[in-house]
Design a protein around this ligand. Structure first.
Ligand SMILES: [Fe+2]
Length: 209
């Protein structure tokens, strides 16, 4: 086989392999600006650990005028998991009316996050948008969500990987935007020694269907 054909084949294999990770073409944000403004936000707001180990969130948007929409269980939302050896699926937490999350949380006003939020919502039908923290040497549960997620990695390392069914992928913090098919069983692990921080949005129109 000629080298051009091999390259083409590899490209096709990779496209198939990573079909549940969709990188948006021609859309890139400034990660340095996100990091700079994240430091400002962290002086005003704390990561909410939601009573779960190794995971925390700061909500970026809320139901207009409704502070309770970014508290307690509303920071998590419903998902399905396989908790034990029986292999039976279990539903956890409560459903959320994602489409009502249209208002930027006050502390983000005037920051680069506001600019990013406005560009994202012009291009995608979004639900909740959160800054999600994953501690070093930790994983999530093996689970599926009601809708896909959009990721903008802010701080990451090579040992941070999303696993969707049988495929794992590292998403670099280079300003690119990736939509992941969270309607399939997946996990995220941070195998590094520093916190991983992503901007993560719920995407209400499923590009994988
Ligand atoms: Fe998930």
């Amino acid at each position: 086989m000629k080298s051009v054909e091999i390259a083409k084949n590899t490209e096709n294999i990779n496209r198939d392999l990573f079909k549940d990770f969709y990188t948006i073409p021609n859309l890139k944000f400034d990660v340095d600006k996100l990091r700079f403004d994240l430091d400002k936000i962290l002086k005003l707001k704390k990561f909410n650990s939601l009573g779960i180990k190794n995971f925390a969130a700061i909500p970026l948007n809320q139901i207009p005028g409704d502070k309770s929409s970014i508290e307690g269980h509303n920071v998590r939302g419903t998902y399905w998991t396989i908790p034990d050896e029986t292999g039976k699926e279990a539903k956890r937490d409560k459903p959320i009316d994602e489409s009502k999350y249209t208002e930027l949380v006050a502390e983000f006003k005037g920051t680069y996050f506001e600019e990013v939020f406005n560009i994202l919502r012009k291009n995608f039908k979004l639900g909740r948008v959160r800054i999600l923290l994953k501690e070093p040497r930790s994983t999530l549960s093996w689970h599926r969500d009601p809708e896909p997620r959009l990721h903008i990695p802010i701080i990451t390392n090579k040992g941070c990987r999303m696993v969707i069914e049988n495929v794992s992928k590292h998403m670099p913090a280079d300003g690119t935007v990736t939509i992941t098919n969270n309607t399939k069983y997946h996990n995220f692990f941070n195998g590094g020694e520093q916190n991983r921080i992503h901007l993560v949005a719920c995407v209400l129109e499923n590009p994988f269907n």
